[in-house]
Design a protein around this ligand. Structure first.
Ligand SMILES: Cc1ncc(COP(=O)(O)O)c(C=O)c1O
Length: 385
């Protein structure tokens, strides 16, 4: 480890996960969702690794993310999942970025952007089948389809996809999944009868792609799974491997007497003479304050508790009588193969999901890459390993 801390990302693991997912999802195509800086793994290296592993599509949320991928020379089909009125849609259209539309207003904005770009937009119409987030409700759907057909006839856009998103696919057996699938079938039937000829229908995220085979349709939109994560109970299946390891070096070690209060508020007090180690990662780096007291660190072959309050830039571990030294490595989470905690465990211990843990890793924690393509990734992020 070159710096005091790092989030190490194995690009071969991402590529391998995508290949395994692709084999299991075939004949559905895989869209690798690389929004939010590739779930914290680095958008460009993650996208390249996913494409190398066989992802035909990439998915992001913001136009800015899509343009970043294009600027890096990534030419794969790319969908912007969230329609935001102020986004630079003309630039997206020129860059061959597909746009999502779930309202008549958004279709109008896309038409204006297409006129500005001087070329038709490629649009995926979004049906709200029960999540009650973005997309057209069953009542709004006919007017959205009508507006899209009129825009298509006017040469402003082409509807290439119809899609939706599940509310509870990660709750095995939840009846809303079947209900949303049926509602999506109704929406696609309606659109196709009205004259829309989509290339793709898609609704499945990681959880649905893994446990609801009938939801895979033409394309599965996989975020967590490509990084070896899932929101299903217990996390991702064993054939997917977590790609990120968060580790740090102890920056200071000290011996303290029994009864020593540790960190802000002295919420932890040593029960015996003890060795304290200082880890240079805090809540500004994505180590939640709620981790105080949790047995979520790993060093010298054992787990150690976070002693006292997690500060903005650092936290303390009580190593008891373990002979740790300044510079020793501490793993916060990794694949779990050597006994270290996983992001899944962090999520479970802190009442959240692994996605919040990995996307929360702060920008000042360097991402370090291994595997095929690591050199290019390091160059892009300014570090080589
Ligand atoms: C619309 C949409 N599709 C797909 C995904 C990917 O979900 P997951 O990471 O669970 O595969 C997300 C992520 O939240 C999303 O918002």
């Amino acid at each position: 480890m070159e710096s005091h801390a790092e989030a190490a990302v194995d690009l071969d693991v991402i590529a391998g996960n995508v290949t395994a997912l692709r084999e299991r999802s075939a004949p559905s195509e895989v869209m690798a969702v690389v929004k939010a800086d590739g779930y914290g793994h680095g958008i460009i290296p993650a996208a390249r690794a996913a494409v190398r592993g066989g992802a035909r599509w990439l998915g992001v949320v913001h136009v800015a993310e899509a343009l970043k991928l294009r600027a890096a020379g990534i030419g794969a089909p790319l969908l912007c999942l969230m329609a935001i009125g102020e986004d630079a849609h003309a630039a997206a259209i020129r860059a061959r970025v597909d746009l999502a539309a779930g309202s008549v207003a958004m279709i109008r904005r896309i038409c204006a952007a297409a006129a500005e770009a001087g070329q038709p937009a490629r649009v995926h119409l979004k049906a709200d089948t029960g999540l009650s987030r973005g997309g057209a409700t069953a009542r709004e759907w006919p007017s959205v389809v009508d507006a899209a057909l009129a825009a298509q006839a006017g040469g402003h856009l082409r509807v290439v996809g119809l899609w939706s998103h599940f509310a509870s696919a990660d709750e095995p057996g939840n009846p809303s999944v079947g209900g949303q699938l049926a509602a999506f079938r109704d929406a696609t039937d309606y659109a196709e009868k009205a004259g829309i000829t989509p290339e793709l229908r898609h609704i499945a995220n990681t959880a649905a792609a893994l446990i609801v085979p009938e939801a895979r349709l033409d394309l599965v939109r996989l975020g967590g799974a490509i990084y070896g994560l899932s929101t299903l109970p217990g996390g991702a299946p064993g054939w997917l491997r977590p790609a990120m390891t968060l580790r740090a070096r102890l920056t200071q070690v000290k011996r303290v007497p029994p009864g020593t209060g540790v960190s802000y508020g002295h919420r932890y007090v040593t029960s015996a003479e003890s060795t304290l180690g200082l880890v240079p990662l805090g809540y500004a780096d994505g180590v939640p304050r709620a981790a105080s007291g949790a047995l979520l660190t790993y060093a010298r072959g054992a787990r150690w508790p976070v002693a006292g309050t997690v500060c903005m830039d650092q936290f303390v571990i009580d190593f008891g009588d373990e002979p740790v030294a300044e510079g020793d490595e501490v793993v916060l989470f990794g694949p779990g193969a050597d006994g270290e905690p996983t992001a899944q465990e962090w999520g479970e211990a802190l009442g959240t999901i692994s996605y919040e843990i990995v996307t929360g890793i702060g920008a000042r924690v360097p991402r370090v890459y291994t595997g095929d393509g690591a050199h290019g990734a390091a160059r892009a992020s300014g570090r080589v390993r």
